[in-house]
Design a protein around this ligand. Structure first.
Ligand code: DHB
Ligand code: FE
Length: 282
């Protein structure tokens, strides 16, 4: 039986990708940010997961205004890094897990979560930046050490799903994973967040107090966080703060009781707050 051993959330700021690709990690601006992931990379190397289910949002790279699925799952065996305007990033292509992804799609749909099955898709910074932060700076000729099932949630095209819907979907995702017969170690990621407003007069808005409450709640009271309406995310953390509903999808896939093994919060990263937490199933 496949088993979810832990959950990871992290911001996926695209400037981190640029810092890696242009080798600026040691610059004073970037050094503390990459230092904040030293523990995480060691932790990940010890976990040796077989599969990562990576919940993220596409930023109009694979999808655009033509179509934006609410919950989607990548069922292909391979996914290339998207061209976000500067060519494809020099990172390894992802090896998917088609058989497990198809199994999860079927289970979720029969469990009344109407997934969009995606058989071809490029993956953008929402996915590649967290892979770098947890696995390091691998080049295009190298391989990520595990399979990855991309799981995009729409938070770009109004209306995005509620935090509660994402949390409930995470619970169903866990049931789906645990019904997969092979003994595989699975880690679930939820990326995006924290405080961030990228445009308009409130650009650069940071609400550290609210972010801290969200991080605390993610570990200890996720059900409390599912009551946060969209309007509160947007008002308190900026228009893109809504990305945090994806963290609740990850959290739903874990035990009620989890061990917080690591937390990192840093401002600024681009014009946002960066947050990262690692939760182990007890
Ligand atoms: C930025 C973009 C993102 O998608 C994000 O999650 C955080 C920051 C940016 O453009 O700075
Ligand atoms: Fe984003």
């Amino acid at each position: 039986m496949a088993k979810i051993i832990a959950g990871v959330t992290t911001s996926h700021v695209p400037a981190i990708a640029a810092a890696i690709d242009l080798k600026k990690q040691e610059m004073p601006y970037w050094q503390p940010i990459f230092k904040g992931y030293e523990f995480s990379k060691k932790w990940m190397a010890e976990q040796k997961p077989d599969v990562i289910i990576l919940i993220y949002n596409d930023h109009a790279s694979a999808f655009d205004a033509t179509i934006f699925p609410t919950f989607a799952i990548g069922c292909a065996d391979e996914f290339l890094p998207a061209d976000e305007g500067w060519g494809r990033r020099p990172v390894p292509k992802l090896k998917g897990h088609s058989d497990m992804a198809c199994h999860i799609a079927q289970k979720l749909i029969l469990d009344e979560f109407d997934m969009t099955v995606v058989n071809r898709m490029d993956v953008d910074h929402g996915l590649t930046v967290p892979m770098n932060l947890l696995f390091g700076d691998l080049g295009p000729d190298e391989e990520w050490p595990c399979r990855v099932i991309p799981f995009p949630i729409n938070v770009v095209q109004y209306p995005p799903p509620t935090g509660k819907r994402c949390y409930d979907m995470g619970k169903a995702l866990r049931r789906a994973v645990e019904s997969y017969p092979e003994d595989l170690k699975v880690i679930v990621f939820g990326t995006g967040g924290m405080s961030h407003q990228l445009q308009g007069t409130r650009a650069g808005l940071i609400n550290k107090e609210w972010d801290t409450r969200f991080l605390d709640g993610l570990t200890k009271d996720p059900v409390g966080l599912t009551k946060i309406p969209h309007s509160e995310y947007v008002r308190e953390t900026g228009s893109e703060g809504i990305e945090m509903v994806m963290w609740l999808a990850m959290r739903g896939a874990l035990n009620d009781d989890v061990k917080e093994v690591y937390r990192f919060y840093h401002v600024p990263c681009s014009n946002t707050a960066l947050g990262h937490i690692i939760l182990e199933n007890k």
